[in-house]
Write a protein that binds this ligand. Structure first.
Ligand code: UDP
Ligand code: MN
Length: 532
C-alpha cells in the first residue's frame, strides 16, 4: 500500500514537471504559442542558419577575429526582429495605410506638411520592412563600438511622428550603444510639445528634452544638442524618422575604424500621404549639387561600387539631415557656422569641411533610416528667405503662374486666401533670392522657372532660370514698381484681360504698383541694394 502511494506520488510529480517544462507539451508551449502567435515561419537560410523572412534568428557565430586583429560580432537583435516580424495592423511592416477620402483633406497636412491623421493611426512601435541588401544580414561589426548621443531637433513636430522617431531608435538600437536621446525643441508653440511631452518622456530614462529660448532654426538647434551631448559619437536625426533594423552598428563601425568619418545612413522615403516605407528612387546614390547649389543625387561611378554594393562608399556631399560623427571631431571641424538661419546650406558647409580637413564622408548601405518627405513646408521661416504673393494695388489681384512650365505666361488672378499648399499649388508664391531673379515657388518647391521679359512691351513669361541676370534681372523700387533694367520698363497689368506685361514705367498708375504680401523687408532691401 505504502509503495503504491509512493509510486503514485512519483508519477504525479513527473507529470507536473512534464507539464511545466517539456518543450512541446507543457505550459511553456502554451505560453510560447500565445506570445508568438502569428510568428512567421522559421526556415533554414544559407549555411544552415535559421531565418525569419531572410533574417537570421540566431547569432551565426560568436565574435570573430578579423585579419586586422579586430574582434567583430553579429549585432542583430534577433528577439526584436522576431517581435517586429510578428506584428500586424495599420502600417505594419512599413505597408501603406489604406487612405480614404476623409483622411485626405487639406487639414490633415496643414500643420506638418504630411498626413498627421494617418500617422496618428499607426503604432508608435510599428515595424518596417527589412529592405537592406541581402549581404547586410551576414555582416559583423566591431565588438567594441563607441556609444552615441542621438540628437533630434524639432520645431512644432506632430506628436505621433516625433514619438515614433524616438521609439524606433530605442527599439532598433543596441541599448549599450545609445548614451542618450536629446530632443531639442526649437521654440515650438504647440501645446502637446510642452508638459505632455515631458510627462511622456519620464518613462524613457534615456531621453532628455532641451529647449531654445527663441526660434533658432535647425542649425543652431542642432548645435545646442551637440554641445549638451555626452556620447562619444553624435548622431543627428530629423524629428520624423524611423530607424530600420540594425541601423546603428554599421555607422559606428566606420567611425571606430576612422574617427574622422562622417557617415550617413541610406535615407528611405516614408510617404507623406499613406506612410508606406520604401527606398528613394534609384536607392543608393552619391550626393552632389548643381550650379545653383541645389542638392541632387547622382549615380555611383562604377570604380566606387567595388564588387559589393552593400559596402560603404564615399560621397562628395551629404543630404544633410541624418548622419553620425565623432563628437570631438565635430567640434574640431568647428561644428556648424552659427550664422546659418533656419535650414539649407549646412550640408555643404559640413561636407566641404570634412573633406578639406582630411576626413572622409561615407554613405552606408547597410544602415537605413526612413524620413517623411513633406508635401510642403508647414512652418514660418522668419528672416531666412523671402516668399511673397505679388498683389497689384490697383485691381487687388495677384500674379499667378499656374502652369510652372517654361514658356507659360504670368497672369493676374484673384488672390488666394489660404496659406500653405493652396499658395504653392496655384503658383501664387514667389521667391526672391541672391540671384536677383523672381522664381516660382518657395525654397523647397522652386520650379526653376523665372520671370522673363524680352522687350519694353512684351508679356511677362516664365522661362528656365539661367542665373545670368539679363532678361531675368528685376528690381523692386520704392515707388512699388517692378523694374526691368535691361529693357528700362516696368511690369504693368490689365485686370479685365488678366494680362501681365511690360510697359513704359509710370509710377503714378496703380496697375504698375505691386505689393509683396508676407515678405521680409530686410531681404528686399538687400535685393535692391544697388537699384534705388
Ligand atoms: N527644424 C528646427 N527648426 C526650424 C526648422 C526645422 O528645429 O526652424 C527641425 C525640424 O523639426 C526637423 C529638422 O529641423 O527635425 C529638419 O527640418 P525639416 O524636416 O523641416 O526639413 P526637411 O527634412 O523638410 O528638409
Ligand atoms: Mn525632415
Amino acid at each position: 500500500m505504502r509503495r503504491k502511494e509512493k509510486r503514485l506520488l512519483q508519477f504525479a510529480g513527473l507529470l507536473i514537471a512534464a507539464l511545466l517544462f517539456l518543450p512541446n507539451v507543457g505550459l511553456w508551449s502554451l505560453y510560447r504559442d500565445r506570445v508568438f502567435e502569428n510568428s512567421p515561419e522559421i526556415v533554414e537560410g544559407p549555411g544552415g542558419i535559421p531565418q525569419i523572412q531572410g533574417v537570421n534568428v540566431r547569432p551565426q557565430k560568436d565574435a570573430q577575429v578579423g585579419r586586422d586583429g579586430m574582434r567583430r560580432k553579429d549585432w542583430h537583435d534577433y528577439e526584436a526582429i522576431r517581435r517586429d516580424a510578428a506584428r500586424s495592423g495599420n502600417g505594419e511592416q512599413g505597408k501603406p495605410f489604406p487612405l480614404t477620402d476623409t483622411d485626405r483633406v487639406d487639414q490633415a497636412y496643414r500643420e506638418n506638411g504630411f498626413n498627421i491623421y494617418v500617422s496618428d493611426r499607426i503604432s508608435l512601435n510599428r515595424s518596417v520592412a527589412d529592405i537592406r541588401h541581402p549581404n547586410c544580414k551576414q555582416k559583423l561589426y566591431g565588438e567594441k563600438l563607441p556609444n552615441t548621443s542621438i540628437i533630434i531637433p524639432f520645431h512644432n513636430e506632430g506628436w505621433s511622428s516625433l514619438l515614433r522617431t524616438v521609439h524606433s531608435v530605442l527599439n532598433r538600437s543596441p541599448p549599450e550603444l545609445i548614451a542618450e536621446v536629446i530632443l531639442v525643441d526649437d521654440f515650438s508653440d504647440k501645446e502637446h510639445l510642452k508638459g505632455s511631452l515631458e510627462e511622456y518622456m519620464v518613462r524613457l530614462p534615456k531621453v532628455r528634452i532641451l529647449r531654445t529660448k527663441k526660434r533658432e532654426g535647425l542649425i543652431r538647434t542642432r548645435l545646442l544638442g551637440a554641445a549638451a551631448a555626452n556620447g562619444e559619437v553624435i548622431t543627428f536625426l530629423d524629428s520624423h524618422c524611423e530607424a530600420n533594423i540594425n541601423w546603428l552598428p554599421p555607422l559606428l563601425d566606420r567611425i571606430a575604424d576612422n574617427r574622422k568619418s562622417i557617415v550617413c545612413p541610406m535615407i528611405d522615403v516614408i510617404d507623406h500621404d499613406n506612410f508606406g516605407y520604401e527606398t528613394q528612387a534609384g536607392d543608393a546614390m552619391r550626393g552632389a549639387f548643381d550650379w545653383e547649389m541645389y542638392y541632387k543625387r547622382i549615380p555611383i561611378p562604377s570604380e566606387l561600387t567595388k564588387d559589393d554594393s552593400s559596402e560603404p562608399f564615399e560621397s562628395p556631399v551629404m543630404a544633410g539631415g541624418l548622419f553620425a560623427v565623432d563628437r570631438k571631431w565635430f567640434w574640431e571641424l568647428g561644428g556648424y557656422d552659427t550664422g546659418l538661419e533656419i535650414w539649407g546650406g549646412e550640408q555643404y558647409e559640413i561636407s566641404f569641411k570634412v573633406w578639406m580637413c582630411g576626413g572622409r564622408m561615407e554613405d552606408i548601405p547597410c544602415s537605413r533610416v526612413g524620413h517623411i518627405y513633406r508635401k510642403y513646408v508647414p512652418y514660418k521661416v522668419p528672416g531666412g528667405v523671402s516668399l511673397a504673393r505679388l498683389r497689384n494695388t490697383g485691381s487687388g489681384m495677384c500674379m499667378e503662374s499656374k502652369h510652372f512650365s517654361s514658356g507659360s505666361p504670368v497672369r493676374l488672378e484673384t488672390c488666394l486666401k489660404g496659406r500653405g499648399e493652396a499658395g504653392w499649388s496655384h503658383g501664387q508664391v514667389f521667391t526672391f533670392g541672391w540671384r536677383e531673379d523672381i522664381r516660382v515657388g518657395g525654397p523647397m518647391h522652386t520650379k526653376k522657372v523665372c520671370f522673363d521679359a524680352i522687350s519694353h512691351n512684351s508679356p511677362v513669361t516664365l522661362y528656365d532660370c539661367h542665373g545670368l541676370k539679363g532678361n531675368q534681372l528685376w528690381r523692386y523700387r520704392k515707388d512699388k514698381s517692378l523694374y526691368h533694367p535691361i529693357s528700362n520698363s516696368c511690369i504693368d497689368s490689365n485686370p479685365t484681360e488678366r494680362k501681365v506685361f511690360m510697359n513704359t514705367c509710370d509710377p503714378s498708375v496703380p496697375s504698375q504698383q505691386w505689393v509683396f504680401e508676407k515678405t521680409n523687408t530686410t531681404i528686399l532691401e538687400t535685393f535692391n541694394r544697388n537699384s534705388n
